[in-house]
Write a protein that binds this ligand. Sequence first.
Ligand SMILES: *Cc1c(COP(=O)(O)O)cnc(C)c1O
Length: 327
Amino acid sequence: MQQAQWAEPQDFDRVLTSMCTEPHPRAREAAERFLATNPGDPGTYEAVAGLEAEAVEKLGAIAGLSEPAGYVSSGGTESNIQAVRIARNRADTDEPNVVAPTSAHFSFRKAAELLGVELRTAPTVDHRADADAVAELIDDDTVAVVGVAGSTEYGVVDPIPALSELATDAGALCHVDAAWGGFYLPFTDHDWHFGHADVDTLTIDPHKAGRAAVPAGGLLARSESLFDDLAVDTPYLESTAQITLTGTRSGAGVASAVADALASRGHDVFGPELPLVTADLSVPMTDELRDRGWRVSKTGSGELRIVCMPHVTRSMLRSFVADLDWY
Ligand SMILES: *Cc1c(COP(=O)(O)O)cnc(C)c1O
């Protein structure tokens, strides 16, 4: 029996579950060069401060903002926490709440707990936010409405324009969590960014599909003034110089390939909308795959979950499917 936990830490050969991937060679090189710099101290580290501005500009271009405000954070968790913090601090209520679909990432639970904000979660339909269900939870104390653009478990996109309208009507901020999806969505027809709807803040992680080295998250805002309500300076972290889009298309391609392979073997497959597929594989089958060294994970409802990041190649999936056939 092959022990998955003995694999090299950065051996992606059988990793089907991760939302991180092999860093782009240029990103790796840049991370090494800038290892000891601190963008939180722009006076001392001028070069990296300039690079951070460039990174924000590039993330903004992907997310439909020509003059973006924002910073490079430690990841989607920090960006989501900061977005909730902006919404809480600018609102005039003692009992703030944030409304999100049940599919929202657990970082919003951390944000709610840390910030003393009530998190209200609305049921989804086909794993997507349901605008009517979200509307029912909104009241005068709602400070933000959250939409997910590329959900963590099923890779689907919420109806962002409808959610942003609800936020506007409630005088709340609209936050879009595109931590994982942000680098895939430009190749789709989805309405998800600042250019498509009245989005106020948006999370997009270079260290997921952007092929940057960990840690590199991104928080973008429609205007610099949204950051005014943060009482202390944002904790600027190391930024990587290169933000590439390479691999995204081929990721989508391999996702379709694996969905077809699973469906043709009689499994109930969900997706892919973005390069993420789930299928109803049995527990013994999943255990067998794990014994064979595949790093696979399950959704909360028990489906097998495969994330087709750039390190997931066609030949890797062929060998995965061959193992399915063996079972
Ligand atoms: C991964 C993920 C996060 C959290 O990002 P980290 O970088 O792991 O902190 C937040 N939201 C979504 C949708 C994610 O997929």
